[in-house]
Design a binder for this molecule. Structure first.
Ligand code: NCD
Length: 323
């Protein structure tokens, strides 16, 4: 076997957090560690090398009080591929409908000897409340419009794989910044790793208050387009809005949808990303979503690796069992 064929080796890292609640509280060093471990698990999957059963004997419960396709499935696959057990909790078929609180529900699940709770809830801070009151690790899988740390990590891993770095790149988050937890986690992570971040969308969805953190705010996609290395196109979160933030979806698409004409004016190596689900024709047209600049499905693939890394770090490395 030559060196190039050797299986990737598990990184020796230090990590002390049992919970992953957001990227705002992580240092640049911690974000780099999470990305380094994610890259290792991504290489294992790409090489067909079965990952070591690092989560053997551990149980991960998915507590999703909001809908999910990618995040929920990838946490389940990540835990199973590392030899862990998965308990899938369905809020709609639970005792929540009988008046049980989220804390009592979580305590009940924890009492079944669960090691980690992966939590998605529409209330900002819900995973933080559970982390303060439970022994198990709590991983935030999206708390309302607040944070979605594993999504930002998989976005950054995807950028790193394609560009070799984050530092110095110009990354635009386009769309519904006001209601997007993906946007918030990306802002913290990208700024900490030295990217130039542009927030772009209608004035009703992008606040100038973000400028205080050192991001650029723009209301014109056409103006920023030629300067961007990465465009991350965010879905309009109609379900979180009280009133319509623009006159019509058609008008929004006219100003902010990434389409073929705009792609021609972008950098030749621009990366087109989206956390999904995508609404074809609204934030992105079908030809761009499926075109050669799009790394949307690579983001999905990377989601499993990132969740393997996060579960391993919080459940094993933080407990002194790095394997
Ligand atoms: C995002 C979410 O749920 O916040 N999706 C995801 O996790 N892949 C973004 C969205 O719903 O638009």
């Amino acid at each position: 076997m030559t060196t190039a064929q050797l299986p990737p080796t598990l990184p020796q890292v230090s990590w002390s957090r049992r919970h992953l609640l957001g990227l705002e509280e992580l240092s640049a060093e911690e974000i780099r560690t999470a990305l380094q471990c994610s890259a290792y698990f991504a290489r294992c999957s790409a090489s067909g090398e079965p990952p070591r059963p690092l989560l053997a004997g551990k149980t991960v419960a998915n507590l999703f009080f909001e809908d999910s396709t990618r995040t929920r499935s990838s946490f389940s696959l990540a835990a199973r591929r590392l030899g862990g057990e998965v308990l899938d909790f369905h809020a709609s078929a639970s005792s929540l409908s009988k008046g049980e609180t989220i804390l009592d529900t979580a305590r009940t699940i924890e009492a079944m000897n669960v090691d980690a709770l992966v939590v998605r809830h529409r209330t900002p801070g819900a995973p933080h409340l559970l982390a303060q009151n439970l022994q198990a690790s709590v991983i935030n899988a999206g708390d309302g419009p607040h944070e979605h740390p594993t999504q930002a990590l998989l976005d950054m891993l995807t950028i790193q794989q394609h560009r070799g770095r984050i530092e110095g790149l110009t990354v635009a988050l386009v769309g519904d910044i006001a209601h997007s937890r993906t946007a918030r986690s990306n802002i913290w992570g990208l700024l900490r790793l030295g990217a130039h971040v542009i927030l772009c969308g209608p004035a009703t969805l992008v606040s100038r208050r973000w400028e205080a953190l050192g991001v650029e705010v723009s209301y014109s996609l056409d103006e920023i387009l030629p300067r961007c290395d990465v465009l991350n196109l965010l879905r309009i979160q109609f379900e979180r809005q009280q009133a319509r933030p623009f006159p019509s979806v058609r008008e929004y698409a006219h100003l902010y949808a990434m389409n073929r004409q705009r792609l021609q004016r972008a950098r030749p190596d621009v990366l087109i990303m989206a956390p999904g689900p995508i609404n074809r024709g609204v934030e992105i047209t079908a030809d761009v979503a499926d075109g050669s600049h799009s790394v949307i499905l690579r983001q999905v693939t990377n989601g499993v690796a990132v969740r393997m890394a996060v579960l391993w770090l919080c459940l094993c490395v933080a407990a002194g069992e790095s394997g």
